[in-house]
Each structure stands twice: as C-alpha cells, then as structure tokens.
Design a protein around this ligand. Structure first.
Ligand SMILES: [Fe+2]
Length: 197
C-alpha cells in the first residue's frame, strides 16, 4: 500500500504581544454580551469599536500573512464580523460543532485560558459522518493567552466543555477576500471587486 498525503489543512497561529490590554478587552466583552447561544455572545461589530482597534490591527496583519502564504489573488482579506464569546467558570458549557458559512477564513483569539478548540477532519464528516474508533479525525488546540488561530471557515470545529474555575473569553472573526479579487486570472469571469465597510 502507498499513501500520498495531499492538500493538508493548515491552522495558523499568531501571538499578540500587547497582553496588558487583555483585561480591558475581557471587561469590554462581559459588558457587551447580548445573547446566549449555549455560551454568551456579543454583537458582530466589535471590529468597528474604539476599544478593539489595536487588536484589529494585529488581526489584519495576521490575515495579510495568511494571504501572502497562499499567494491568494486578492488585495486583502477583510474582517466582515467580529464578536466576543464568554463561557462561565465551572459551567461545563461548550460551543457545539459547526463551521462558518459565508466566510473565507475564520479566527479565534484567546483572551483567557480555558477548554480546547477541537477541529475535525472534513473527510470524515461530509457525506456519511462516520466516526473512527481512534481519534485521528480530530485536532485539539489548547488555548494560549494572546494566541490568534486562523483556519479555513469550512473546517468543522467545536469547544470542549469548559469546566475550569475561570470564565473563558474569546473573540472570533469571519472574513471575505476583498479589493480586486482574481485580477490576474486568465478567466476574467472570475474577477470581482468588493469593499467591506
Ligand atoms: Fe466557530
């Protein structure tokens, strides 16, 4: 038997160095929780708020590196929504398995430690959703304070139940390829241009 490993899924990790800002951001999220979807969530406009502008710069810089790594034919990857999540200490609450529709690249930024984010191999879950008897279909990312992870929005993920004694805080983003997209493509039918306000 011969096996070729093709088209690996890559999860990028970036470290924010302005950790002294994080307590302010934790407070900001706690004061802006508007609804509960198994965990507390804010509205999706955090990228437009004054309090997050240093963080948004870091996110945009990370997205630029992601774009350059893949040599995507777009001018930038723009944030379309950005929201805060809060899971109570000792609650055992978790975010169910999901992916992010209408987004290109998604990100999670860890403001605190807490339960892991789990990612699932899409070849196991598309049509037949067959579990394996080993755990080779999943990848666990243990939150590190100040870490941003970026991943394809189609990648299924969830969080493990949060059981430790601190509230778990994260900020998530969705994005879209923006500016002139596919401007160098031979097939001009694939060229488009969009600006995110
Ligand atoms: Fe998510």
């Amino acid at each position: 038997m011969k096996i070729e490993k093709v088209f690996p899924i890559e999860i990028f990790s970036f470290q924010y160095d302005q950790l002294d800002e994080l307590p302010m951001l934790v407070n900001f999220i706690e004061n802006n929780i508007t609804h509960q979807v198994s965990i507390g969530m804010t509205q999706g406009d955090l990228h437009k708020r004054d309090e997050t502008q240093n963080l948004v710069k870091f996110f945009n810089n990370s997205l630029e590196q992601y774009k350059n790594y893949y040599e995507y034919d777009c001018e930038r990857i723009s944030i379309t929504s950005m929201w805060g999540n809060m899971t109570d200490a000792f609650s055992g609450d978790r975010h169910h398995q999901h992916k992010h529709p209408l987004s290109f690249v998604s990100g999670v930024f860890y403001l605190t430690e807490g339960s892991s984010t789990m990612f699932f191999n899409p070849t196991n879950f598309d049509m037949f959703h067959v579990w394996k008897t080993n755990n080779n279909y999943e990848y666990e990312n243990v939150p590190k304070v100040g870490e941003l992870i970026l991943f394809p929005s189609t990648l299924q993920h969830c969080t493990k139940p949060h059981t430790s004694g601190n509230h778990r805080h994260t900020i998530s983003i969705n994005t879209i390829p923006a500016g002139k997209v596919n401007q160098y493509a031979e097939d001009k039918a694939t060229t488009w241009e969009i600006e995110v306000k």
